[in-house]
Design a protein around this ligand. Structure first.
Ligand code: SF4
Length: 489
């Protein structure tokens, strides 16, 4: 059951001249700006980073860059290694079989041999080609002696029966008409329906009804605003840290003081280098060039624990470049044409993606008194950067500058915090063995209501410095596998 509907990627706005306007409107990452029919408002007045997710079949993989790293072995033990957050109730090796299956389903391109990660199952596709901007960055990393590697990407680089090879057109974030870029719907839906899944679209679950420690039914509202109650035996929630919190808070006889607390967002700075030559940097999938995991692990002398990933972003389209892209807008007036021609195609950016710590003050608060237009309780994000993250980000910005200078950039601009980058919503219902220090069990089931399973990133006890989708999907497959073993003879 999904509050949004199917998005036909073959008709994605990527192919239209208005594709950059779509990025600012109906495909904006922020639901408060996008305001599509399926969206619900999120009060973000107390959050320095704004929410970013998509309501549709396929969820936020409808609007993503398809960067597909795996969490690394040390990401599962932040408490043992550094005395922060809590360790996961499972390790990297427990997830590898599910990561391997998921890689096959999503279709991943990449290159074996990355020295910063354990060996992975063979990638289905060879890595994306390096553009001129990536080559400059590779040169810079080699000068500095830093780790770099082609990004793992859920993007096909060769034709198959269902997908065509990426043609480097660029606007992956608003859909891929060639189906080169995978999304959860294109990867899984047909198989799920073949196995008996019935899909109900444009329908909002407004409440979970419980009795004696069991979920008994859900209350739903259809597109025509009709209300129904549906009985259930087992309920699986795959929302995000916001909507899962709203639904769990709707239960009258269940509560856990940890629910909603420890929201993690991957605070991200973006540092852009402009090169004298025209690199045509707007061509190619925007988020999947190369990455450096040189600074992912703790090194105490840096003054903070845990680490960050540096991820290269290619340049942006003409409208987005003029509006400032990842940095400052090109000045309007007489100097505009010159400023624009120096920026468009000339810039490569590096994100400083910081491992966030689960701090109780960063949280989702649900108000049962204030309802949205679907009759659902409303969510409010409280988020500010912790001091460890601030120090990490400052250090990371300097490293990004260093890399861009070594790569030959002549001008560097810094966006110290990408405010619209709340796309990795993690934590608030962390998994663990004991009900005292976690909300969900290691198999994703809710402590205290064992017939509810959560398979979104709410269950992450810590955040790693790398993008979460691959790990999140592996967690979902593992929960499904354990459920199948438990429920079928
Ligand atoms: S750049 Fe490649 S993956 Fe992205 S939209 Fe174009 S064809 Fe699809």
């Amino acid at each position: 059951m999904e509050r949004g509907g199917c998005v036909n990627q073959r008709a994605a706005p990527s192919l239209t001249p208005e594709w950059e306007l779509a990025l600012q409107k109906s495909f904006h990452a922020n639901p408060n700006i996008r305001c599509n029919d399926a969206d619900y408002p999120v009060d973000d007045t107390q959050s320095v980073i704004k929410p970013a997710f998509f309501n549709a079949i396929g969820g936020s993989t409808i609007r993503w860059g398809a960067h597909f790293p795996r969490f690394r072995p040390s990401d599962f033990y932040p408490h043992t290694l550094d005395g922060v957050a809590t360790d996961w109730p499972m390790g990297y090796d427990d997830l590898v079989p599910y990561m391997d299956i998921n890689d096959q389903m999503m279709g991943v391109s990449g290159l074996a041999g990355d020295t910063a990660n354990p060996p992975r199952s063979p990638r289905q596709y060879p890595p994306l080609a390096s553009c001129e901007g990536s080559k400059r960055l590779i040169h810079g990393a080699n000068q500095l002696g830093w780790h770099w590697w082609p990004a793992d990407a859920a993007i096909a680089t060769a034709d198959s029966t269902t997908r065509r090879a990426c043609n480097n057109c660029g606007p992956c974030g608003i859909g891929c008409p060639r189906h080169a870029r995978a999304s959860a719907d294109t990867a899984y839906l047909a198989a799920a329906q073949h196995a008996g899944v019935e899909l109900i679209q444009h329908t909002v679950v407004t409440r979970i009804l419980t009795s004696t420690g069991q979920a008994k039914a859900i209350e739903i509202r259809t597109q025509n605003n009709e209300k129904f109650v549906i009985d259930l035996e087992h309920l699986v929630l795959a929302g995000n840290a916001i909507s899962t919190n709203v639904l769990l808070s709707s239960m009258n006889d269940w509560n856990n003081p940890l629910l909603g607390k420890g929201l993690m967002l991957h605070p991200t700075a973006i540092v852009t280098g402009f090169f004298r030559d025209n690199l045509n940097s707007y061509t190619g999938p925007f988020a999947t060039s190369i990455v450096s995991q040189q600074f992912c692990e703790t090194e105490k002398k840096r003054g903070f624990v845990r680490g960050f990933q540096l991820q290269a972003l290619r340049g942006q389209g003409p409208l987005t470049t003029a509006l400032g892209g990842y940095g400052n807008p090109v000045a309007w007036g007489r100097s505009h044409a010159k400023g624009f021609s120096q920026a468009f195609g000339h810039g490569m950016s590096l994100t400083v993606t910081c491992e966030d710590l689960p701090e109780p003050v960063n949280r989702i608060e649900v108000s049962k008194e204030k309802l949205d237009h679907f009759g659902m309780p409303t969510a409010k994000m409280h988020y500010r950067l912790g001091s460890n993250t601030e120090k990490m980000k400052t250090y990371g910005i300097e490293r990004a500058r260093q890399w861009l200078r070594a790569a030959g950039a002549e001008k560097i601009s810094v966006n110290p915090l990408s405010k619209q980058a709340g796309f990795h919503l993690m934590g608030t219902a962390p998994m663990g063995v004991s009900e005292r220090d976690s909300v969900t069990a290691p198999d994703g089931r809710l402590h205290g209501v064992a017939n509810i399973t959560i398979i979104d990133a709410s269950v992450f006890p810590s955040s790693s410095p790398v993008n979460p989708t691959s790990t999140l999907q592996a967690i979902a497959l593992r929960a499904a596998d354990l459920m199948a073993r438990r429920l079928s003879p």
